[in-house]
Design a binder for this molecule. Sequence first.
Ligand code: ADP
Ligand code: ZN
Length: 750
Amino acid sequence: MTRHALVAVPVPLGQAFSYGIPDELAARVVPGARVLCPFGPSRSVLGVVLAVSDEKLSFDEKKLKYITAVVDEHPVIPEELLAFLVELSRYYLAPVGEVMRLALPAVERSSVGDGATLDLLHTAGVSAIGRLVQVAAVVPGAPAPEKLSDKHRALLDVLRELGPTPVAELERTQKGARSRLKKLEALGAVRVEEKPAAADPFFATEAVRDVPPELTPAQARAVSAITSRIESGAGGAFLLHGVTASGKTEVYLRAVSHALERGGSAIVLVPEIALTPQLVNRFRSRLGEGIAVLHSGLSDRERHAMWRSLRGGAIRVAVGARSALFAPPPNLALVCVDEEHDGSFKQEEGVRYHARDMALLRAHRARAVCVLGSATPSLASEALVRAGKLERLSLPERAHRAAALPKVEIVDLRVVGAGPSGDRLLSLPLHRALERTLAEKEQAILFLNRRGFSPALICEECGHVLECPSCAVALTLHRSRGERVHCHYCDYSAPLPTVCPDCKATRLSEEGAGTERIEALLKQTLPEARIARLDRDVAAGLKSEAILDRMRRHEVDVLVGTQMVTKGHDLPGVTLVGVLNADSALAMPDYQAAERTFQLLVQVAGRAGRGDRPGTVVIQTRNPKHPAILAAVKHDVGSFVEQELREREDVRYPPFSRIALVRIDAVDEAVARREAERLASVARRASPPGVDVVGPAPAPLARLRNRYRYRFLVRGPARGPLRTALVAVARAETDRRARVAIDVDPVSML
Ligand code: ADP
Ligand code: ZN
């Protein structure tokens, strides 16, 4: 039997394909290498070699097709990452070729039609790494040369303090630095090296080097637990459970520095990189330019250059949102996941992976240390702590001594009336609190989980609700860019109709309030206050940073926004936080609704009183006795977790079972329903004892982008039996008019 390679090709089919290896390519066809393979009658695709084997093929050897070219001199995907990706594809029953794509930047994964494109790929690779900058650093341990001029000595001192620094940056602050560096280099005190440039909006401003603060005793304990595991090289996993503003970032920073000192590399995952410029800046201030910040604003070229630098080890820290988990630095020693409870770690399309769960897996396989940080740990992580698979490290107090946790007040929307604005969401107690905050020249954040002006339009004559023509949802009225209605689930948008589409009456009533309306009401009732809004409509991508910066410079008194305002911002001037409607998250048709509500409330409350002045939080709700709300009022994570875990156990939901959602959608409702019923019975027949199938039923969002949606739930006591049922579903033939998606460990239940 000739040797052949198992190759993952980027096609939506589950398995990898076997290809023959021509003798002249044999030395370079190794796991992780990209190869060009014939596919179908006339196509050529770029695949990744998973394994090379001598085993007998499952088909006639004469039918074996051969690899036509090897793209890279060295495999693009390191072995550790490759094995991890294969396991991820198994875990989520996702096509291995698509999983490989997660790890390859665009340039690396372009499909290649002919030799010409292949050449292009080669040169693109080379020229992109060509953007190097000169970086100067003190030679460790070298004695300071005698008889130096003051200027030379000063430069050396600066370098000692700053660590490796781009020469251009030194020249900017000290004229003549470049030539002085040459002399210092000749004397053996300084080394100047070419390093890949990291051109990037996150690097547009200079980071001021910070001096590491003295750790609090709790921080010191956490850091030493983590670093001693890094030291041991045997791996380990921690839950860093620290109240808001307890200084978790400082713990990550120390751990990352330690990993680097040991010659290792690190990956730091954050929920939404555009919302965390502060965290990124703190990493830069501490670690200098030696970090790659991966975010959606990068061009393909920039992403490619960073990826190359990481792959080659020139840069050893990757910071980014969930996809940074697939960064390729060698010697992975540490993976940190900040705000591990955050829903954005779950990818909701294509390969539906959860970056927090997979961070644990990747770190485990690499014998690296994994640190999951949160003020409100997910129940999944709490369960892992109880099972002895995560070690808890607690930071029970805020890092600044003066910063106590804020006082929380509940406003019962059923009985408390509106303030001067006339809208109940701006209740009288909240209005008074805003006035006090403004009088003290302090700042406030108001959180409402709805963007737009008003979330529904209803005909006053016939009660007809204006709906999206393609989705089963009400249209939202927006006013800030002309009077228009928008669907928040698809791209549909239209001018505000003047008559009811049903009965032609002319009176449409605007139901409820979104962030736009609250902003408008505040401007009327607090005319002297400077109001700003932060939601997806005003802040795409990096623009949110500008709004947060204005807040930080105190050019804004009241910030109104969606969940974008609840993330980990450190805004010391904020002393009042208002949650306008705590019930919206509770009302979701989802077993995790209470957990999400609790996390959201504690997180948003955590934005208040982070500086020297104490904070106040006003939570408005119609469910003042709900356990999630009561626990949030007391910042009582422990008792909430206990109670919620008991409830989950009663109803056999995770973490006391493993679940998957199978979603089926089609343009024709009958097709969607029939396929859902058929696949559900396939799942039932294949289910081992203990596994049950719930449904099918129409999804809560019954129609989306013109497709009818059905779903069923598969639940098992453990992953093995659940997988057996799911594999049967994945292998079943389906009507081509229906789309089927298997979502393992779903986060969104819609
Ligand atoms: P978290 O991520 O836990 O919400 P941060 O890392 O944002 O908290 O820290 C909150 C604030 O406390 C920041 O302003 C940070 O600079 C400060 N801080 C952190 N650790 C210390 C320390 N050991 N001594 C003094 N201040 C600290
Ligand atoms: Zn729509």
